[in-house]
Design a protein around this ligand. Structure first.
Ligand code: ADP
Length: 556
């Protein structure tokens, strides 16, 4: 089997102006970033505001195995298939972070014959948006430390600064650091730490902002710490929102690229779904829905994380709700949920598969709880046997659920035609009555409980003493009505990564909360989920290389 990068490098890309022409964009609507990438103008949204919205299809999945189960691949493949059926379709994806690219995954631009191109650029520095976010985040850190060094007029308590520095790499050694060492000329020593850039509140802000003005207002509202009297301190008090917005003025423009089959794709913003809200930008999805009859977009990890936050957070910031959902499942992951260890996933095991269906069942119920219709996409892997595939199809049919065997990795759009037809049929025929999991007016603990019970299937939620104190404080500060962004392991419905399948009778523990007032949500941290990942024993980067002509190798 050819590697993703080989397939990508053999594909023929069209010049990006062919793609903008396909979308009927005018000269002032976009600017080229090299031959195959473009930035869409921020003004495009205003220009298209009266245009009818296309149908939004959200791609989510069951709880993944460590390799990822092919949501991006199915998203790209489904978009290609819709285009083959002459439906004007725009794909909206997240931008990969260098952390997982160099660490575990090796690439996140789809796979096989369903990829976005140029995959090397998209997986590496792309159009520099994540670097701009890193710079803006760290500029704020530098200004906070400078403010304290220069006399601390705002009376900031250095022990209560929640704002961390960021880096777009997995680097566990930086999780906790002390800055300002070296004497009075080097600053005031304080404990700090690093998050991965995609966990920065600025990434979330960029993804939820509706335009440049909204971006600035959100940046101004960021609460980065507290005074000695426990009063929140904002970016506005430091007077930095203008400079931060300036650093992000290009990053806020959505990036247009194409797939292997030249289907338009907007790749913009990339928060992780386990430690952040997990969706591409509101601007990208909105523009895609104005330009296409259909938008195919994804949210990270399983439906317990990305889809929950897409539906409870992103749809509240944007002006859209999905018309249909695709739940991606693989035989491999279902067998893992049925108890098969990673090394045994290549062998036929219908009993384990049967056992593992409980995980898919839970995610189906979750999407139903939002009042949305869905299709199950079985993302076919070369190791799947006919018997296993038949079993999953039959199981879905018995549940009266639309299912489509999807071979977009091996065949591109052609392998997704059944899925595309099933999705269109669902959009046309199925009723939907979209409902949030919680109301914004619910108390914070009630919102968390509703997510834990409805979406994870938990028995109850336990709050640490610190979390309890924080809830009280947030209410006093008027933050009680914000939505909740859960930070939880992606591997399990619970907060224990080892509990696969459909665990029951479990309790979710909220260790602490963290306010993202600029983004407009409260982060609830469960278990010991890390906002700066570490590298595995054999990082994917060990396989990467570049030849003398500049051609990349090993990005999977
Ligand atoms: P996710 O979006 O769920 O994290 P991706 O779409 O990024 O997953 O896919 C993860 C990896 O799995 C990629 O390297 C991709 O090429 C590979 N992959 C996805 N689907 C298939 C498939 N059907 N057969 C073989 N490999 C696949």
């Amino acid at each position: 089997m050819k590697k993703d990068i080989e397939i990508a490098q053999e594909a023929t890309m069209k010049p990006i102006e062919d793609i903008t022409n396909q979308l009927d964009l005018d000269y002032e609507d976009w600017e080229p970033y090299g031959r195959y990438k473009a930035k869409l103008s921020e003004s495009l949204l205003h220009k298209l505001s009266d245009r009818k919205d296309g149908k939004v299809v959200l791609v989510t999945a069951i709880n993944p195995t460590p390799a990822g189960e092919g949501k991006s691949t199915v998203t790209v493949g489904l978009g290609q298939a819709m285009n083959q059926l002459n439906k004007r379709t725009v794909i909206a994806l997240r931008e990969p972070s260098l952390g997982p690219t160099m660490g575990l995954k090796g690439g996140a631009a789809g796979g096989g014959y369903s990829q976005v191109l140029p995959m090397e650029d998209i997986n590496l520095h792309f159009t520099g948006d994540i670097h701009a976010i890193t710079s803006a985040n760290n500029a704020l850190s530098a200004f906070i430390d400078n403010h304290i060094h220069r006399g601390n007029e705002l009376n900031i308590d250095p022990r209560k600064i929640g704002w961390k520095r960021v880096l777009d790499l997995n680097d566990r050694a930086l999780r906790e650091v002390v800055v300002g060492l070296g004497g009075p000329l080097k600053g005031v020593p304080r404990e700090d730490g690093f998050n991965i850039s995609v966990a920065s509140e600025i990434m979330a802000i960029l993804c939820l902002a509706s335009d440049l003005e909204d971006l600035k207002n959100r940046l101004a509202r960021i609460v980065f710490g507290y005074t000695y009297e426990d009063k929140p301190v904002t970016v506005q008090q430091l007077g930095m929102e203008g400079a931060l917005t300036l650093l992000l003025k290009e990053a806020i423009k959505p990036n247009l690229v194409q797939t292997i089959e030249n289907t338009p794709a907007i790749v913009h913003g990339g928060p992780f779904a386990n430690i952040a809200h997990g969706c591409n930008s509101v601007m990208a999805t909105t523009i895609a829905s104005k330009l296409g009859e259909y938008v195919i977009t994804e949210a990270g990890f399983g439906a317990d994380l990305g889809a929950e936050k897409f539906l409870n957070i992103k749809t509240r910031a944007g002006d859209f709700t999905p018309d249909a959902v695709v739940i991606v499942a693989t035989v491999r992951a279902l067998k893992m949920h049925g108890g098969v260890p990673k090394e045994g996933l290549g062998e036929e095991n219908v009993n384990a598969l049967q056992e593992g269906m409980s995980n898919l069942k839970k995610h189906m119920e979750t999407i139903e709880s939002f009042g949305l219709p869905f299709v199950v996409a079985i993302n076919r892997f070369p190791t799947d046997t006919e018997e296993e595939l038949n079993f999953v199809e039959k199981w879905c049919e018995e549940q009266n659920v639309r299912v489509a065997l999807t071979e977009v990795h091996a065949k591109g759009g052609t392998g997704g035609l059944d899925l595309a037809r099933a999705v269109m049929d669902t959009v046309d025929k199925e009723a939907r009555s979209f409902t949030y999991t919680y109301e914004l007016e619910d108390p914070i603990d009630e919102k968390v409980r509703k997510i834990a019970r409805t979406v994870y299937g938990a028995k109850d939620v336990e709050f640490s003493n610190q979390a309890k104190k924080q809830m009280k404080l947030y209410d006093q500060l008027g933050w009680g009505n914000l939505p909740i962004c859960m930070a939880k392991t992606q591997y399990s419905l619970s907060d224990d990564p080892a509990l696969l399948g459909r665990p029951s009778d479990f309790t979710i523990t909220i260790r602490e909360f963290s306010p993202s007032i600029g983004a407009g949500f409260i982060v609830a941290l469960t278990g010991d989920v890390m906002t700066m990942p570490g590298l595995p024993k054999e990082p994917a980067a060990l396989k990467m290389d570049v030849d003398a002509s500049g051609k990349a190798k090993g990005l999977f």
